[in-house]
Design a protein around this ligand. Structure first.
Ligand code: SAJ
Length: 412
């Protein structure tokens, strides 16, 4: 049976597209966020993030009144929790946003509701979500204690979409659906079948939690391999891009791309959840994190070396986002490099980020200036390519004449 209303808690990069896609299937969706600016923006039919085509889907859903945003949760049949799960200073998972979401929805939960955790989470987080709800609503039977006699169903269905392709991947990707009980998983599958064309595979909540962490740790380890190669090649005077191209001609070799480091809220974070749960055994996963986290330091040294050739170095940093063609600055190595160059007094630092009109207040922009591409290329004697945005890929090489180029993405 189709739900009458779905609530999505957290209207960020995952919650908003998910809310909009479900609304586009004709189901009433209430999107909940703690930011009144986000709520107002969405209720006006606009969006607060950059993601291809998301504006069109959100506008359509708001205009047809299937999607509404609100600061407080309201009674619904299904609650999808898509809030951040960052880590603390010592790389321990911070579940406080999930806990707040649990407390926020608890007063409006009713018998028969389905609660789905989509946030990437350490193993055991979905059970904790049950506990937090149970604490707030002792009158309701939760499945972590009452199994198939529970009054609520709770499942973990980790999001797996790639920023930049979220709308296609939300529909096309297979979903791993982990129930606290088999019945919980089945109920969650019925919800996802409304909009997912990929397969919906059922498992336990713990396995689903670990599956998501495994996917991102796998990618992190593979990028670390490419980044380590780039350091070795630099010492041996070998072009790493040519090397990888040649090695990848082997039918069973597929090396990823080196870069300035690994950013974003997922791959730079999630492997730590595995490390923190089992520090002794997760040696390779921890090393990969360390290799990738140390790459920005290497890039900064390279740029300082290049800048030292000039009396008055002007350094153009091309890109601040954590990867190509998005506006997301979370855990961005490009931003980190730009900030470190300014801090070290490397010269006049110009940052170019075509996907951002102004830097968010949360970003420390002391010592560098956000400027346009043409202006930066005209003024700079050192050009550092930090993100492979389309605008930079299509740059004419002649515009780099007489400049020292540090190309961390192999685009020039
Ligand atoms: N990167 C490289 N070299 C590469 C590929 C990526 O340096 O060859 C860097 C990127 O520049 C970026 C970082 O890695 O800084 C992460 O980018 P990404 O495109 O690999 O991944 P995300 O963080 O955008 O999305 C990942 C995806 N996970 C996997 O591919 C296993 C996505 O499917 C997940 O849904 C997402 O994490 C998430 O939310 O967990």
């Amino acid at each position: 049976m189709q739900p009458q209303q779905v609530s999505v808690i957290g209207l960020g990069y995952i919650g908003l597209p998910t809310a909009a896609v479900i609304a586009s299937r004709g189901i009433k969706v209430c999107g909940v966020d703690v930011s009144s600016r986000t709520v107002d923006t969405i209720n006006q039919g606009d969006i607060h993030i950059v993601e291809p085509d998301l504006d069109i889907v959100v506008r359509g859903a708001v205009m047809t009144e299937t999607l509404r945003a609100s600061l407080t949760p309201e009674p619904s049949d299904v609650f999808i929790v898509a809030v951040p799960t960052p880590f603390t200073g010592d790389h321990e998972p911070d579940l406080s946003y999930i806990q707040s979401a649990a407390r926020a929805i608890a007063p409006v939960l009713a018998e028969g509701n389905l609660v789905i955790l989509e946030s990437t989470s350490p193993v055991g987080a979905t059970e904790k979500l049950c506990q937090w709800i149970a604490e707030a609503r002792p009158d309701l039977r939760l499945p972590h204690e009452h199994r198939e006699n529970a009054q609520l169903s709770v499942a973990h269905c980790p999001e797996r979409v790639l920023p930049g392709q979220i709308l296609q991947e939300l529909v096309a990707n297979d979903r791993v659906i982990g129930g606290i009980t088999p019945r919980c998983a089945e109920r969650a599958r019925d919800l996802y079948r409304i909009f997912v064309k990929g397969e919906c595979i059922l498992t336990t909540a713990r396995t689903a939690e670990m599956a998501k962490l495994t996917e991102n740790a796998f990618r992190d380890v593979n990028i670390a391999f490419a980044n380590e190669l780039s350091l070795i090649c630099d010492d041996s005077n070998i072009d790493v891009w040519e090397l990888i191209k040649l090695a990848n001609l082997h039918p069973r070799v597929n090396i990823l791309n080196p870069g300035p480091g690994v950013g974003g809220h997922c791959i730079a974070v999630d492997p730590w959840f595995i490390v923190s749960s089992n520090p002794e055994k997760a040696r390779l996963i921890r090393t990969a994190r360390t290799v990738n986290d140390s790459k920005p330091v290497f890039v900064v040294e390279k740029v300082l070396e290049a800048a030292n050739q000039f009396k008055q170095p002007v350094i153009a940093c091309l890109g601040l986002a954590f990867k190509a063609n998005i506006d997301d600055l979370r855990e961005s190595p490009a931003l980190e490099i730009c900030q470190e160059l300014s801090r070290r007094g490397a010269g006049e630092v110009l940052a170019v980020e075509p996907n951002i009109a102004a830097l968010p207040e949360s970003v420390n922009a002391t010592g560098f200036e956000l400027t346009g591409l043409d202006d930066a290329l005209e003024r700079a004697n050192v050009v550092v390519v930090l993100v492979d945005h389309d605008e930079f890929r299509s740059l004419e090489r002649s515009r780099m004449n007489a400049k020292v180029v540090v190309d961390t993405r192999g685009v020039i």
